[in-house]
Design a protein around this ligand. Structure first.
Ligand code: C2O
Ligand code: CU
Length: 535
């Protein structure tokens, strides 16, 4: 586990701050430094909480407790409902209101650096948990921001340089909900009928301890566990009543992509994506959910019999790892506790336990959304590239791996602009046929080229304009193509091998360095991350 020395990090921080202050007048070094250590008395917080990252031992499997890392929280000020504990090893759910001013005292009790990112939230750079702000054991970072997101489901997790994967894996993650007036008017299922479903795959030793990896192959593919945890627990049976529920599903796995489907073939009804509610409910035969993506489902158990059950599964598909298995790696992987990426898995079983007659109806319309086209973007003839590539056994974005404070000319974006971004594979990388395209070549090479990458961009939510698959006829693509929700607000988009995705994204209000990266956390920790300088 590489952790850069304190002096080195300090140097990087100052170097970065120097670059930023030079680029942005009125944004002084002293200001940035003071903001993170102590509360700003001029910021009148509506909610104040503490969030501490620490080690703990928790019961996850029967028998010995598991050594984990966890966020524990308390509400210092404001509504007690701002924080809801979950029984498992995950952090508390943070419940915010749009417009609320939030102060979070983040404390690091780990014997390694840590910093926390509010994934999906639109906040200033110094509040965004950039790895340059990592704090050491015993230190505190004070976050202060106004909740400027529409109602929806976001999350928080560490963003520590080269340690994000291991820290999230060991338990550091939690859900954030945002509510607003427009959402309340819809009278969606609330309280006990509004269920979080945080999906993670983990792997355990005989002694119930978490097992991470990392061999070269596992790094290149990302970690896959053989045990599904829901909300940080192994017990995946959820008792429900005969009425409608809202399910807030977050894929908080390091690398596993799920193909969600109901076991009896019932179509999935989506009402929300990463950035909030959809304009109208939409149904899908199955939904692909990559790491960091969220989907909100409406599921109505009204017509089901008490005693029956319905299981949310991950269905088989074929977009990656085919080579691993094809190479006779199956046995090796089994030994290492890796289940194949495309295998069928049971996620959670809903047991209809009680009859009730008070179910709300699914609204026809949810939250209106104005679709952007190229004619809306600030510079219609200019497209910001995100080129996925690989050199020297590591994934790159725009030709480079992560450098703490560095950005290239093409990574400079004017503040308060609307940009078209094209995410694509560098020529020769993952082009042509999906999955099996390079079969027969060297195993390692072909596996790397057939990797899917969930690309996440910090800051405001974007719209997906188009997806182009180089080989739409392939039988592998057939197993996933009906599972993409392209109509809602997104902050993470799964880019398949051979695929090009165009998005339109606003960069409003906040200047500074904002990350974009692959949310396969092993890829991210290997450096598949870059900065945009917004200014
Ligand atoms: Cu969910 Cu940059 O992270
Ligand atoms: Cu990736």
């Amino acid at each position: 586990m590489a952790s850069i020395s304190y002096q080195r990090r300090q140097f990087l921080q100052y170097a970065a701050l120097g670059a930023i202050t030079a680029a942005m007048p009125g944004f002084s070094l002293a200001e940035i430094r003071s903001v993170r250590k102590t509360a700003n008395s001029a910021f009148k917080a509506d909610v104040e909480i503490t969030l501490t990252a620490q080690a703990a031992d928790m019961p996850i499997l029967p028998g010995a407790h598991t050594h984990v890392l966890t966020y524990s929280g308390t509400v210092l000020n404001g509504p007690q409902t701002a924080l809801k504990e979950l029984p498992g090893y995950l952090g508390p759910i943070l419940n915010f209101e749009r417009g609320q001013k939030v102060r979070i005292y983040f404390r690091n009790q780990l014997p390694e650096p840590c910093i926390t990112h509010w994934h999906g939230m639109h906040v200033p750079q110094v509040m965004d948990g950039h790895p340059m702000y990592a704090i050491d054991q015993g230190e505190q970072y004070v976050y202060e921001f106004e909740v400027d997101n529409p109602a929806g489901t976001n999350w928080y997790h560490p963003h520590t340089h080269e340690l994000t994967g291991t820290q999230v894996y060991q338990g550091l993650a939690g859900l954030i909900t945002v509510t607003d007036e427009a959402e309340r008017r819809l009278e969606l299922p609330s309280r006990e009928y509004d269920l979080p479903l945080i999906i993670q795959d983990r792997s355990f030793t005989q002694g119930n301890q978490l097992r991470y990896m990392l061999g070269m192959h596992q790094r290149m593919q990302g970690f896959l566990g053989d045990t599904i945890l829901i909300n940080g627990q192994k017990n995946n049976v959820i008792p429900v009543k005969t009425r409608a529920y809202r399910l807030r599903i977050l894929n908080a796995s390091n690398a596993r992509i799920y193909k969600l489907g109901w076991n009896d073939g019932t179509p999935l009804t989506a009402i929300g994506t990463d950035g909030g509610l959809l304009p109208t409910p939409e149904t899908f035969p199955y939904i692909m959910l990559a790491p960091a993506e969220r989907v909100e489902l409406w599921i109505d158990f009204s017509d089901r019999k008490v005693g029956s059950d319905l299981t949310l599964q991950s269905l088989p598909y074929h977009i990656s790892a085919s080579h691993m298995e094809g190479m006779g790696g199956r046995g090796r992987m089994g030994m290492m506790g890796q289940a194949g990426q495309h295998e069928a898995l049971s996620i959670a079983t809903f047991k209809i336990a009680e009859r009730t007659g008070d179910s709300p109806q699914l609204p026809d319309r949810l939250i209106p959304m104005r679709r952007w086209t190229t004619s809306n973007v600030t510079q219609p003839d200019k497209t910001v590239p995100i080129a996925i590539g690989m050199r020297h056994m590591s994934f790159q974005l725009n030709g480079r791996t992560f450098e703490m404070e560095n950005y290239q000319e093409i990574e400079k974006i004017p503040v308060n602009s609307l940009q078209k971004i094209r995410i694509f594979h560098e020529s020769g990388m993952g082009m042509g046929r999906m999955g099996g395209g390079m079969r027969g070549g060297r195993g390692g090479m072909s596996m790397m080229m057939s990797q899917p990458h969930p690309i996440h961009i910090h800051g405001q939510q974007f719209q997906i304009v188009s997806r182009t698959q180089a080989n739409p006829q392939s039988s592998a693509y057939d197993t996933v193509k009906d599972g993409f929700i392209n109509s809602g607000w997104k902050d993470t988009v799964l880019v398949l091998p051979g695929e090009e995705v165009e998005i339109i994204k606003p960069f409003n209000d906040h200047t500074g360095l904002f990350l974009y990266h692959c949310h396969n956390l092993e890829h991210e920790d290997m450096g598949m991350m870059r900065n945009f300088l917004v200014g």
